[in-house]
Design a protein around this ligand. Structure first.
Ligand code: NDP
Length: 244
């Protein structure tokens, strides 16, 4: 059954973002699906969700580290579709290296993509959500690496810790507007982002002794999107098999 609510998901072409799109479509949300380069995959996903769940999808393509491109694309989207009910800021990258060997480019690309996107994506969308005077949901994607730090990921840990601070601060600003702002901190999840080298090292520290599935992150997003989660805001929710 259609909920007549739209959720915008960045980085929806694969991995966790795609699983979130599938879960929310199955629950009756319409979608704004975003990617950087995999627009073919995104179209296939939109078509299959349309057939299976009658989901309306709006496709967006821009680099979340590019402030101007993000603003232009999101303002165009807002003019056509209005403010979304929910946003999942999911797009992200890694560029792992030991800190002494880390290149400036590796630092900049990860900070600008993972943390810069908090501003680039949310800033154009927040005021339209506020002026819509309706309940809303914002979910950001941190990581266990941002909560506890991780070897070889000084750049990634910094970006993901930054997201936690930004999320908590925005949650305070938006709480009385009935817009919740929460952060997910997944552990080791089975997607293209995770290399075999990382699996071999990190899996030893996972009490559940397995990787998480993208669908297990999507299930948490689904709960936070629901009306029942209206009093949960400013939280960091871990989905990590007991890692911390
Ligand atoms: P994937 O690499 O599978 O997918 C990444 C998605 O982000 C793709 O849709 C990609 O689009 C998009 N993306 C990447 N860079 C940009 C950019 N500059 N501009 C726009 N879109 C971009 O990653 P995961 O699904 O594994 O990760 C999703 C989120 O979850 C990330 O924020 C990640 O840091 C976080 N996370 C992942 C964990 C894991 O173990 N997998 C653990 C903890 C957190 P395109 O395909 O077009 O390039």
């Amino acid at each position: 059954m259609k909920l007549n609510k739209t959720v915008l998901i960045t980085g929806a072409s694969k991995g966790i973002g795609k699983a979130i799109a599938c879960k929310l479509a199955a629950e009756g949300y319409d979608l704004a699906l975003h990617c950087r380069s995999s627009i073919g995959e995104l179209k296939l996903l939109a078509d299959s969700l349309q057939k299976e769940f009658n989901t309306d999808s709006h496709l967006l393509q821009f680099d979340v580290s590019d402030r101007v491109a993000s603003k232009d694309s999101l303002e165009d989207y807002l003019a056509k579709a209005g403010a979304p009910y929910g946003i999942v800021c999911n797009a992200g990258i890694t560029a792992d290296n030991s800190f002494p060997a880390m290149l400036g480019e590796e630092w900049d690309s990860v900070i600008n993509t993972n943390l810069g996107s908090f501003y680039n994506v949310l800033h154009p969308l927040v005021m339209p959500m506020v002026t819509a005077r309706k309940p809303g949901r914002i979910i950001t994607m941190s990581s266990v690496s941002g909560v506890m730090g991780n070897r070889g990921q000084v750049n990634y840990s910094a970006s993901k810790a930054g997201i936690i601070g930004a999320t908590k601060a925005l949650a305070i600003e938006l709480a009385k507007r009935n817009i919740t702002v929460n952060c997910l901190a997944p552990g080791l999840i089975e997607t293209d982002m995770v290399s075999q080298e990382i699996i071999d090292v990190v899996l030893q520290g996972v009490p559940a002794q397995r990787m998480g599935k993208p669908e297990e992150v999507a299930a948490t997003v689904s709960f936070l999107m629901s009306e029942g989660a209206a009093y949960i805001t400013r939280q960091v929710i871990s989905v990590n098999g007991g890692m911390i």
